[in-house]
Design a protein around this ligand. Sequence first.
Ligand code: PLP
Ligand code: ZN
Length: 405
Amino acid sequence: MHLRCSNTECRATLDLHDRALSCPVCTELLEVVIDPPTSTPAELRRTWLQRRCSYDPRDLSGVWRFREFLPNAHSEIVTLGEGNCPLLEGRKTARWAGLRNLRFKHLGWNPTACFKDLGMTVGVTEALLVGAKVIGCASTGNTSGSLAAYAARAGLYARVYLPAGQVSTNKLAQAVDFGAEIVHVAGNFDVALERLLNEARNGLYFLNSINPFRLEGQKTAMFEMLEQLGWQAPDYIVVPGGNLGNSSAFGKALEELHAAGFLNRLPRLVIVQAEGANPLAKLWRSGAVTLTPTEAPETAATAIRIGNPRSWKKALRAVRQTNGFVMDVSDQAIAEAKTVIGRDGIGCEPASATTLAALRQLAEQGQIDRDAAVVAILTGHALKDTDFILNSRLREPALEGVCCA
Ligand SMILES: *Cc1c(COP(=O)(O)O)cnc(C)c1O
Ligand SMILES: [Zn+2]
């Protein structure tokens, strides 16, 4: 396995353990190239299922269970038993969206309560391998909690850059609890990331989602979801988009599984952004060829309050390759959708509810068949942002006939 430039016109290659953050030739993002597995899909599906009966830490992890598609699978791994997240149905949510075959893949059921753990187990394993001592990230909250936890497990020093005053108390508390050094940055996430990129030049191991190892772990959400569906791909996979690492990881997973013969068709990947932080949705609508960052991103869904998403090219490629699309939804629609998800006993953080908000809109406008098989990705747990819940005033009008039925 090795690293490769994600720019198809460049394709420069680097050693797997090179710590470069971008291509030394053209500056585009790097990706891990996985050696094609030597077993057949049927053999691998059986192996992966059999591992669910094992107590080996590698098998108990919903990430490393799929290690044939991961780098560093034979080194010492840093794990908290991540993954293993349920696929849930909800009657009220389905009715509210107007869909008959809707499921939620709830990645908020991870150890630190969001999907970042899926990437962090692989990212921190790589950090240990290359001998890093200090690891860091810029974060709207969730990445910092996840990084802090895995750093603590690995005995590494964690430094996290947070936009001062803009991170939910619950997320901040996790980073404190796991012992990270917190740098409060005056400015938003984009400013914090810029600050950190300068420090990465001084030996800090950088663990934002431009780190290709993070995306390898996040890929496995698709493996687990497809296994839960008996390897029958749904028609649509709907995912919230912030820095667009997760969408990129999902695209890579689908591409690799398709190439290896696991899927006979590709599900359509739909990326949903918040209206106030929607640079990719704008690009999609306008047909522009380069992304214009949103200057002052604003949304109550703080996990996706990002104006300058670094992985936009990878994410756009994933959307195009799967015949998907990109859209945005209002904060009002997000709040309504989040309330309905709560009423199904599922719950999620605001950014995750963009998915249901988008689906209701698509079904209403006839842009999606009401019988389509849809999986909406819930990215974070309800307890990630309790202020949002307690301050939310909209309730009954939007939910009439749904929540009291
Ligand atoms: C990080 C995060 C997102 C955004 O994911 P990207 O990979 O940055 O697009 C969405 N929801 C939650 C809860 C998150 O923590
Ligand atoms: Zn390049």
